[in-house]
Design a protein. Structure first.
Length: 176
């Protein structure tokens, strides 16, 4: 479902020659979602009335400077009780933008925030492996203890310390 909404918004933004504007606005709104647990609860909970959800989302979007097609998109999602699907639709939209530019998106999970140099090195390595420019979506998950989990398309490389420790644990049980 998120993919359909993302595709519809992308098609509409392309038609109106507003892809860059919409992409920027959606990134701004996605940052709001990521930074606010309260906003996430509001968007995901069926307990709140649609009118209350839409009013809160519209107020936040207005305060963040989100307008035009991006704001209309959020209103449509709210009216259809699909606010929980907004992050997925935003990701689908950004994937379509990247595809149109000949870029690949990679999800990178690390135990702590990556430095600018680490991100640049990772982009270079992924570009060499994929043959295309790579946009990184970084996530921090301290439970992996160290290392990285990199997902590009349907391929995933889990080089996390947690996975290595679990593999060692299984190997040691097998030798006992």
């Amino acid at each position: 479902m998120s993919g359909r909404y993302g595709r519809a918004l992308y098609d509409l933004a392309t038609e109106n020659k507003a892809v860059a504007e919409v992409a920027k606005a959606l990134t701004t709104f996605q940052d709001l979602i990521t930074e606010s647990a309260d906003l996430q609860r509001l968007m995901n909970s069926p307990v709140f009335k649609a009118e209350d959800q839409m009013a809160a989302v519209a107020a936040l979007a207005d305060k963040a400077g989100v307008s035009g097609l991006a704001l209309n998109f959020l209103r449509v999602m709210g009216a259809n009780r699909r606010l929980a699907a907004v992050p997925g639709a935003i990701a689908a939209f950004h994937a379509l933008v990247a595809e149109a530019k000949g870029e690949t998106t990679a999800e990178v999970t690390s135990a702590e925030k990556l430095s600018v140099k680490q991100i640049a090195d990772l982009k270079a390595a992924l570009k060499a492996a994929t043959g295309t420019d790579v946009l990184l979506e970084t996530k921090i998950d301290s439970s992996i203890l160290g290392g990285l989990i990199v997902k590009v398309g349907s391929r995933m490389v889990d080089n996390s310390l947690l996975t290595k420790l679990n593999s060692l644990k299984v190997a040691m049980k097998g030798n006992a």
